[in-house]
Design a protein around this ligand. Structure first.
Ligand SMILES: [Zn+2]
Length: 95
């Protein structure tokens, strides 16, 4: 067995980036916030989920190259700007 798995990622379509990590948090209005991040921890997509309804939530990463970085969401349910800190090494891998 070789460790060639990292070399096979070229089969990922360039126009459909796959999330490498996910970051979950919660808004003060109880909406569940999720950001899907690529390998450089740029936000690919943000969503919010509340009472059975899922909406797109504009999200962006701040200081994504650092060990600690922040993700900001604009909650579509209550309009708050939600800022949460994440530890890069502790981010769960997307799958
Ligand atoms: Zn909210």
């Amino acid at each position: 067995m070789t460790t060639a798995e990292s070399l096979t990622s070229s089969k990922t379509p360039a126009n459909a980036p796959l999330a490498a990590f996910v970051a979950d948090s919660r808004c003060e209005c109880q909406a569940s916030l999720r950001a899907e991040l690529d390998g450089q921890r740029n936000v690919l997509r943000g969503t919010a989920f509340l009472r059975g309804k899922r909406e797109l939530a504009p999200a962006h990463a701040i200081g994504a190259k650092g060990e600690r970085f922040d993700i900001g969401w604009a909650c579509p349910f209550c309009g708050r700007n939600v800022l949460r800190s994440f530890d890069s090494s502790a981010l769960p891998r997307a799958r």
